[in-house]
Design a binder for this molecule. Structure first.
Ligand code: SAH
Length: 274
């Protein structure tokens, strides 16, 4: 008999240092598993092979998720909190049943209405940039583009409060449904145009966009706390074919500091609701 794992499931990740990173970060961590999580009802069950596809829930999915976390660490994600969150949230619950066997591959997947769930590699990269190496939790976070709610769930484990806005009613409802069983009391789902941010929750320690526009709306910069950081895909000026790059914007007492990082591919940021 299979039982659902409790949430958040515990995952013990130990980091070994001194591994070169493909991102060029100083040192990347290698993840080794100290102890695999054991869920009630599955104790004594034959462990699933690591390559198994996640059939529903249970031990299978935790093993496959762990493999995903190990790959993320090998790609250069070093923040233990981020790796922990990625190992905890069950991505397969956020995609259609026909796509469940791809849920832990590093690929974006369709979530309906022409939108996609971001690749785990991108979600963890952006979360790591948002956290910026701090040891404690982030304060209030604003996410633009809830989509299926996956990244919002990851963020809720890394922040004190998360406000997540979606402009498509169908996806806002889907995210609510996907997230219901997790009962994340610090996650607030909002339906509306995220271009205007969400002033009621401001100021934010961090703002993250899951959709790329020509520029960062002024409202987001205004709603960012002093010392806060914004991470968003933006269409790189003059780039052919609307190529996007990841922008990191820091609000400092000396002014706004902006850094353009690697190329990314996100759905477009649109105005209005539908
Ligand atoms: N973080 C999401 C990714 C969803 S894709 C996940 O984990 O699934 C990006 C989402 O941004 C889409 O659902 C799209 O509808 C939404 N979006 C685009 N422009 C927006 C806007 N102005 N306000 C709110 N959401 C927006």
């Amino acid at each position: 008999m299979k039982q659902r794992p409790s949430f958040p499931a515990r995952l013990d990740v130990t980091l070994a240092k001194n591994r070169p990173s493909p991102h060029g970060a100083p040192l990347a961590g290698q993840t080794t598993v100290a102890k695999a999580p054991v869920f009630g009802g599955l104790q004594g069950a034959k462990p699933a092979p690591l390559a198994a596809v996640p059939h529903g829930v249970g031990m299978d999915s935790s093993a496959v998720r762990l493999r995903m976390v190990q790959k993320l660490a090998a790609q250069g994600v070093t923040d233990p909190q981020v790796l922990m969150a990625m190992g905890t949230v069950e991505r397969h619950r956020f995609v259609d049943s026909a796509l469940v066997n791809q849920a832990y591959e590093d690929t974006s997947l369709p979530i309906g209405l022409g939108q996609t769930i971001s690749k785990p590699g991108v979600v963890s990269r952006m979360a790591e940039l948002l956290r910026n190496g701090q040891t404690g939790k982030l304060g209030r976070v604003l996410e633009i583009g809830t989509g299926c709610g996956y990244q919002a769930a990851v963020l809720s484990l890394l922040a004190s409060e998360v406000y997540s806005i979606e402009r498509l009613r169908g996806l806002h409802d889907k995210a609510r449904e996907n997230l219901r069983h997790l009962r994340l009391s610090n996650l607030h789902l909002l339906f509306g145009d995220g271009m205007a941010g969400y002033a009621k929750g401001a100021p934010y320690a961090a703002i993250i966009a899951a959709a790329g526009g020509e520029a960062v709306p002024q409202a987001w910069v205004d709603q960012l706390a002093m010392g806060g950081r914004l991470v968003a895909p933006v269409v790189a000026a003059g780039a052919p074919g609307g190529t996007q790059a990841l922008l990191v914007l820091d609000k400092t007492p000396q002014g706004i500091r902006q850094t353009l990082l690697e190329a990314v591919h996100f759905v477009p940021l649109k105005s209005g609701v539908a």
